[in-house]
Write a protein that binds this ligand. Sequence first.
Ligand code: BGC
Length: 446
Amino acid sequence: MILATYTFPEGFLWGCATSSHQVEGNNINNDWWAWEQEEGRILNGDRSGKACDWWAGRWREDFDRAKAGYQNAQRISVEWSRVQPDRDRWDESALDRYRQMLMGLKERGMVPMVTLHHFTNPLWLAELGGWENDEVVELFGEYTRKTVDALKAHCDFWVTINEPNVYMAGGYLGGGFVPGKNDVKLAIKVLTNMVKAHARAYEIIHELQSEARVGIAHHWRGFMPAKKGFLTRRVADLYNTAFDNAFAEALRSGKFDAKIYKENIPQAKDTQDFFGINYYGRQEVRSDLFKPSSMYSEYGYPKDFELSDSGFVANDPEGFRACIRWANSFGLPIYITENGTEDSKDVFRRKFLVDHIIAMWREINHNIPVKGYFHWSLVDNFEWNLGWERRFGFWQLDVNTQQRTQRDSGKLYAEICRTNSLSWDAIEKHAPELYEHVFGTPELKG
Ligand code: BGC
């Protein structure tokens, strides 16, 4: 039997990631809440409702769970619509509640990472046209100033915007997100406004807190052409540039280049202190010259990929390695700001977790500075347009009773966090079926 251990560097951060709307509950003043009330928007007609009931105080027990699971960091988000319920009104009590949450993390020995924008907008902003309106750059700056100033004694680790490309494609290229549009021009407007808003926020945060570390949670898909044909390669190349790379590149060079649109945004140059990655699997592009309607819309996971329950997430650790290498080309410390899978049965998740942790370990051993890993997610939470059917938590949530039950993958993750490693005996205890998959059959025959 092989008694091997994948050990991580000292001081490595292990935690989970969540976002305000998905866990807080009763976020009635934002555009997603309004969207959920419309028929046909959310799978099964689900609503976020109480979500994980954090706003009413259950963050305490969930932070206790994270601490009991030896996590030493936690990524949470602040809800803009709570901090600024109207354009000309700030809610100090909301800021105070976030302050308590951050102090709660500190008391439990966890480093907080705070996201300022995770998909939702205050209703008043949505009414102004949200991210389509150039005014959003200054408005986001004001909200950032207010929030960071109020919380800076308790956090110095900021994600300005979560997954700008997913926000753009989900909301403006027919992806089933608010505001449900399908318009390339608007999509570009939204994305470039997010570059500008990030740059503005970066400047403000550093003005308020010189030691701050500021970044973006970048979502990466590593599009591969399914066929060798010229067209398929061209489309994959366009996606890789426009969806995966353009935003990050603009924050390095001040040049936004999505092939179909270019703009110089010099104020965005060098506005990241770390590089955040959200990774859920690569995709392949299947555009067909003879099916013009499929040209830009035919993509998905390759047939031979292992998929989660509903096919929503792929177990593609090789893609994770490629993603980490891509991130490393930006020359910054890297944090995995999200990685995880839906899996109500919790069999796929354990393999997914082990495979991704090992993939990350390999890249670290090639001297790539990955400094922390935030799993998505701690407790099952409201999965946007897919409602409550997709279960991403280490803890299973009964939405009606608010009862939490730990899944085996949660126990495995606790062992990883406790020992800062993935050891043979953690696998033997919590995922014995994976032993051979990880270590092979060591006995020499004959
Ligand atoms: C988002 C999360 C979401 C997760 C799982 C990420 O794209 O940032 O909000 O829950 O994926 O789909």
